[in-house]
Design a protein around this ligand. Structure first.
Ligand code: ZN
Length: 134
């Protein structure tokens, strides 16, 4: 598969409103938009940095995956996403190599991306996302 660059780093936060202060007021980054991803029960704030971005991810529901993540591990880097040219091809290649996947098929992520997660057992505990955008 062809990995183009780091697409984004997902940071689990309790509150975008609280967390954004450091990134905007201290680092001078800009929030390009905030999107609700209903099926993940999260709001996602996008802070672009060249070809990549930070995503501040807050849970909208106490039983959502990000709320559970924060409960178990605290706030912090939750996942890293690599941009690929062709996600279907990348998933086929990973399956062929016997890599455990969380998502066998691409699903819709924030910002209109097609995304899939690799199982963290395969990646030394890092939750890796691959994503494709037009
Ligand atoms: Zn992501």
């Amino acid at each position: 598969m062809k990995i183009k660059h780091i697409d984004h780093i997902g940071i689990a936060v309790k509150s975008i409103d609280q967390a954004k202060k450091f990134y905007t007021e201290i680092l001078g980054l800009k929030i390009e938009g905030i999107e609700n991803v209903a099926d993940q029960k999260v709001n996602v704030a996008f802070l672009p940095i060249t070809d990549s971005e930070l995503e501040l991810v807050e849970s909208t529901h106490p039983d959502g995956p990000v709320a559970k993540y924060i409960e178990a591990r605290g706030e912090g880097i939750q996942h890293i996403a690599f941009r690929v040219e062709d996600i279907e091809e990348a998933l086929a290649e990973l399956k062929e190599k016997g890599v455990r996947l969380i998502d066998e098929k691409p699903r819709k992520g924030a910002g209109g991306a097609k995304i899939a997660f690799i199982h963290p057992k395969e990646t030394n505990g890092v939750l890796v996302e691959i994503c494709e955008r037009d």
